[in-house]
Design a protein around this ligand. Structure first.
Ligand code: GLV
Length: 304
């Protein structure tokens, strides 16, 4: 029986399988463990089930001498120093596939909401500002037939492209179209690449300047892919028409972050995979990764 630390209460029943085989401690705080609590949790753990909110860096890994397996409850793994994990022989797993369609749905929901100004229009109803059917009120952008640029054509990017074909959109993807050309030609740009040193601030002031003044940026990937100072400026100056973000850097943004004061901005609390089914299946995959690695087998869904 190995010791496993789980950094939050997670949905679904699969954790019972882990409890049946191992000695499992679950952090049941409403917020993630702070760095000291995380260090204490992994001090004698053989396995760790962690979230995107947990930073698994060299210091943390060195504070976990017995650790053999990390199951990240996410498809991304940018919160984990994979090089140090590899160096220390710690297997790392992720939860791909099961959240692809949910995340693509959310990207499309953001795209539609920003194009048709749903938050603003709904706000007008609630505040009483809506008085009558307005011939020129809340005019938005056409989604049907527009051009969608997809940055990162992996599982989720391709799932977004499938949805776009139903809207008869022209789809450009970074796999076939150079990024600059994609930015220049797209009415909507949706980000689906992982956050790596190469993609950090990929969408900076220069990239935003290439986009159309009518274009909308959608980000369901990672906040760090976008230079948020440049984005706030681009929204204020009308360089682009709007942005719809499920992810920011940091999360959450401070209440006085200048980005939140920018116009035509919709921000969600990182809910890309937040469907009941996706989250329960993520638990199953994370548990399967841990069970395999703690049993000396390869993880079914390794990172990297
Ligand atoms: C969530 O952001 C994930 O990577 O699954």
């Amino acid at each position: 029986m190995s010791k496993v630390f789980v950094t939050r209460v997670i949905p679904g029943d699969a954790l019972a399988k882990l409890r049946a085989a191992h000695d499992v401690e679950v952090w049941d705080g409403a917020l993630p463990p702070d760095p000291a609590a995380l260090r204490a949790g992994v001090a004698d753990a053989d396995g760790l089930l962690c979230l995107v909110t947990d930073r698994i860096d060299r210091a943390l890994l060195e504070a976990a001498p017995n650790l053999r397996a990390i199951a990240n409850y996410a498809v991304g793994s940018d919160n984990i120093d994979l090089d140090v994990a590899r160096e220390r022989g710690v297997a790392v797993g992720i939860t791909p596939d099961v959240l692809t369609e949910a995340t693509a749905d959310l990207a499309f929901a953001l795209l539609l909401a920003a194009a048709r100004r749903l938050p603003e229009a709904a706000g007008a109803v609630r505040s009483g500002a809506w008085r009558t059917w307005e011939p020129a009120g809340w005019l938005g952008a056409d989604v049907h037939g527009a051009t969608l640029g997809i940055v990162g054509f992996g599982r989720i990017g391709r799932a977004v492209a499938r949805r776009a074909t139903g809207f008869e959109m022209t789809v450009l993807a970074t796999r076939q179209t150079p990024l600059n050309e994609l930015l220049e030609r797209s009415d909507f740009v949706s980000l689906h690449c992982p956050l790596t040193p190469q993609t950090h601030h990929l969408i900076d002031g220069d990239a935003l300047a290439l986009m159309r003044p009518t274009a909308i940026l959608v980000n369901t990937a990672r906040g760090g892919i976008v230079d948020q100072v440049a984005l706030a400026q681009a929204l204020r100056e009308g360089t682009i028409a709007g942005a719809a973000l499920d992810v920011t850097d940091p999360e959450p943004l401070a209440a006085d972050d200048p980005l939140l004061g920018a116009p035509n901005l919709l921000v969600l609390p990182h809910i890309g995979s937040a469907t009941r089914t996706a989250r329960a299946r993520m638990t199953e995959i994370a548990v399967a990764n841990l069970l395999a690695a703690l049993d000396g087998q390869p993880m079914p869904y390794p990172a990297g």
